[in-house]
Design a protein around this ligand. Structure first.
Ligand SMILES: [Zn+2]
Length: 94
């Protein structure tokens, strides 16, 4: 139930500005699509590769987690998927 104002948006893509952990396949300026969930990676379902069934999953734009409609988000690298270089983004005009 939505009890207070929140940011919307659960489908998102963008450019990487900074990487805060050791990863080999992504670098700043790469463009990525973001999977709108964060799984715990500690439960049985996550350890068996069925992270979509994680009982502790947080999903963007689902209270109390705000959505992606923002200029910047911090997101786990395991939920970032590199896009082809040829994919271009249009700038949002408000
Ligand atoms: Zn889990």
């Amino acid at each position: 139930m939505v009890k207070e104002p929140m940011d919307i948006g659960y489908e998102c893509a963008g450019g990487i500005k900074e990487i805060l952990s050791n990863v080999n396949d992504l670098v700043p300026v790469d463009r990525v699509a973001l999977e709108p969930r964060i799984s715990c990676w500690r439960c049985t379902q996550c350890k068996e590769g069925q992270y979509n069934l994680c009982p502790d999953m947080k999903f963007f734009a689902t209270p109390p987690v705000h959505g992606f409609l923002a200029n910047q988000v911090v997101h786990p690298v395991d939920s970032c998927f590199k896009l082809w270089v040829s994919i271009r983004f249009n700038k949002l005009r408000i």
